[in-house]
Design a binder for this molecule. Structure first.
Ligand SMILES: [Zn+2]
Length: 270
């Protein structure tokens, strides 16, 4: 499994299991139009995912833990998992927050700072419906409960790689500052809207002091991964049978799907 000839592998702790960062968007009560399938799961399905993970012994960790584990893998539980929710849909308040509180699972919501309490109007241009987003009042209640963590996902949800460096800087820095003002502490994890990033935006994230940034590239996190280009696992792509017939095949499935023995994960970019 570990390449003896790789100088990085000799530094990286051998015991570190790859960490799955799950990517969710909305968690809905009623189905959305058919072309939205990759943008949501039903609330009942989400509950089944979480209960299955708990039964299988997965322990949710935070993105701070992920970053820390790249230096010291011994801090990781045997079966770590990270839960992320892009865009901050209003239904998280009802369909995600309570169940994760009960399970004792921390989770991260990436907020579009210029759209709080409005709708996901960037979805319209993609041919999707605009859905309601969390209000500050709800965000603060969730934050106070302790297991919800909020980090920026830009001001307006643009494709970062298509922006000028100045615009990209502004989207990242101002969305960070808005959240810093609300919570009294600067957020340090970023999520590239549409998974769109470039070497330039990656370097801006570093300059602004973000310690991690997630993409939509498929895979689990390994100790050698660049923390500012972390891959995730879109829950749309997890086969329903994994949760229907038991979670045991998930490890095998994740490994196959993310082709973790491939050096260049970029070939899998969608
Ligand atoms: Zn998004």
């Amino acid at each position: 499994m570990f390449r003896q000839d790789s100088p990085v592998a000799s530094v990286a702790p051998r015991c570190a299991n790859p960490i799955p960062i799950l990517m969710y968007h909305g968690v809905e009560d009623t189905p959305l139009p058919a072309n939205h399938k990759h943008l949501y799961v039903m609330a009942s399905e989400f509950a089944r995912h979480m209960n299955s993970l708990k039964r299988a012994g997965y322990q949710a960790i935070t993105l701070d833990d992920v970053v820390a584990s790249q230096k010291d893998a011994s801090i990781l539980p045997e079966k770590p998992i990270v839960l992320t929710f892009d865009d901050g849909y209003a239904n998280l308040y009802r369909n995600v927050h309570p169940i994760l509180g009960e399970l004792g699972y921390p989770y991260t919501v990436y907020l579009v700072s210029g759209k709080i309490g409005q709708t996901s109007d960037w979805d319209l241009a993609e041919g999707y419906v605009a859905r309601p987003l969390l209000k500050w009042r709800e965000i603060h209640r969730m934050h106070r409960d302790g297991h919800a963590h909020f980090h920026p996902h830009s001001i307006t949800h643009p494709r970062m790689a298509q922006l000028s460096p100045q615009e990209a800087y502004r989207e990242m820095s101002e969305s960070r500052d808005v959240l810093a003002q609300e919570f009294g502490v600067a957020p340090n994890h970023f999520c590239y809207p549409f998974g769109s990033y470039s070497d330039v935006t990656r370097d801006i994230a570093a300059e602004l002091g973000f310690v991690s940034a997630v993409t939509t590239e498929f895979g689990r996190v390994r100790p050698t991964d660049d923390p500012l280009r972390l891959p995730r696992i879109s829950m749309y792509h997890v086969p329903y049978l994994s949760f229907t017939y038991g979670i045991a095949p998930l490890n095998f499935w994740w490994r196959i799907q993310s082709r973790e023995d491939r050096r260049d994960r970029r070939s899998l970019r969608r």
